[in-house]
Design a protein around this ligand. Structure first.
Ligand code: DGI
Ligand code: FE
Ligand code: FE
Length: 189
């Protein structure tokens, strides 16, 4: 099954992004083993998380409209964000994925969100720490990921927000909601 997926992905993604997807797949599998999630689902979701990442902005917007995906103002301006919800449609249509847990992990991998399953969290984090990533601080994030899932998730959200603030980027509401929900879960009063 994986071979067929890889063949198709290789047609849709650049070699670099295919390698990234394999890296996310293996990082997600390790995190799943570490934190007690389904390893096979983590591997599959990791492999397919960016299956729509090769689509240009106009096609992402078109696919979103055709699939009834509600596009907010931030997504209208930054259509790359739509590769997550459109990825769900592509994973179902072109890769035959029906498992709602796998589809949910693809759905929330870019921004995170207010209601994240363990598998969602694992794929979200694996996307940051896969072996091919090399941004400043990735080593620390990998160490955190091995030690504490919530602390690593918080660091990942913080990293995204710091980057967006530095760049003057639009902050997607799900990024804020995801970090808030995580913080409230971590700091129960
Ligand atoms: O698909 P990847 O490049 O592996 O990584 P990703 O799915 O985490 O992110 C895709 C892009 O989306 C990346 O350039 C960062 C960006 N992004 C993530 N959250 C936000 C965001 N961009 C904006 N403007 N706002 C966000 O909240
Ligand atoms: Fe992505
Ligand atoms: Fe990715």
């Amino acid at each position: 099954m994986t071979e067929k997926i890889l063949d198709r992905l290789a047609k849709e993604l650049s070699p670099r992004r295919l390698e990234h997807s394999r890296g996310v797949s293996s990082a997600a599998a390790s995190l799943a083993a570490r934190y007690g999630a389904d390893v096979a689902k983590a591997r599959l979701a990791g492999l397919l998380h960016d299956c729509a990442r090769g689509m240009p902005n106009n096609l992402l917007l078109q696919a979103a409209a055709a699939s009834g995906i509600v596009v907010n103002g931030v997504e209208q301006r930054e259509p790359v964000l739509l590769h997550a919800p459109v990825g769900v449609v592509i994973a179902g249509r072109d890769y035959g994925v029906e498992d709602p847990e796998v589809l949910s992990a693809i759905r929330w991998h870019t921004t995170g969100g207010p209601v994240m399953s363990l598998l969602d969290e694992i794929v979200f984090l694996a996307d940051y720490i896969e072996p091919g990533r090399s941004f400043p601080g990735v080593g620390h994030l990998r160490e955190l990921a091995a030690a504490s899932l919530p602390e690593a998730l918080l660091a990942a959200y913080d990293q995204t927000l710091r980057y967006l603030l530095a760049e003057g980027g639009l902050i997607h509401p799900a990024t804020v909601e995801g970090r808030n929900a995580l913080l409230m879960k971590m700091k129960k009063k």
